[in-house]
Design a protein around this ligand. Structure first.
Ligand SMILES: [Zn+2]
Length: 162
């Protein structure tokens, strides 16, 4: 049986329920908690101040979705995407991951729903290759109620072993 990275070496985080029940393509949303205000240099995009709060980051994978989510959850890799710079910070952690849609084409629609109850902190974050003109793919959530996922959400909690 094929084993996921999370099952092999969950050095910092484990995923419950297992990622095996996820499809290998789709739109995922990382729920991130920032526990202390911090300034972070996000690659070439610039330096931004992230206030304390809840954030939702939306991205897609046409394949390798499970490996991607696992990579975010475990952390510690080379910084490649904007999100890697944020997640490398001590005061930023993933609290939940949601499969917003099994169709990667729903990425911007899911992001715009998240943005409905959100505020842009870093313009252009994760949206460099966005074709729908999104301001950002990372929203600071100001509404108490989370946005509705597009369809059939699967939610996973990250358990940390730090
Ligand atoms: Zn977009």
């Amino acid at each position: 049986m094929h084993r996921l990275d999370t099952d092999v070496a969950p050095s910092r985080a484990a995923f419950r329920p297992s990622l095996e029940c996820w499809p290998d393509a789709g739109v995922y949303q990382l729920w991130i908690e920032v526990s202390q205000q911090m300034g972070v240099q996000i690659g070439h995009l610039g330096r931004f101040v992230f206030p304390v709060g809840r954030y939702i980051y939306t991205d897609r994978a046409s394949r390798g979705l499970r490996a991607r989510v696992s990579r975010h959850a475990v952390g510690g890799q080379r910084k490649h995407w904007h999100i890697d710079y944020l997640l490398a910070e001590e005061y930023a952690r993933i609290v939940s991951v949601v499969l917003a849609s099994p169709d990667p084409n729903d990425e911007c629609a899911a992001n715009q729903r998240a943005g409905d109850g959100g505020r842009c902190i870093a313009s252009g974050f994760g949206s460099s290759d966005c074709r729908a003109g999104c301001t950002t793919h990372l929203w600071r959530i100001t509404e108490p109620r989370p946005p509705e996922p597009i369809r059939q959400p699967i939610e996973g909690r990250i358990s940390e072993h730090r």
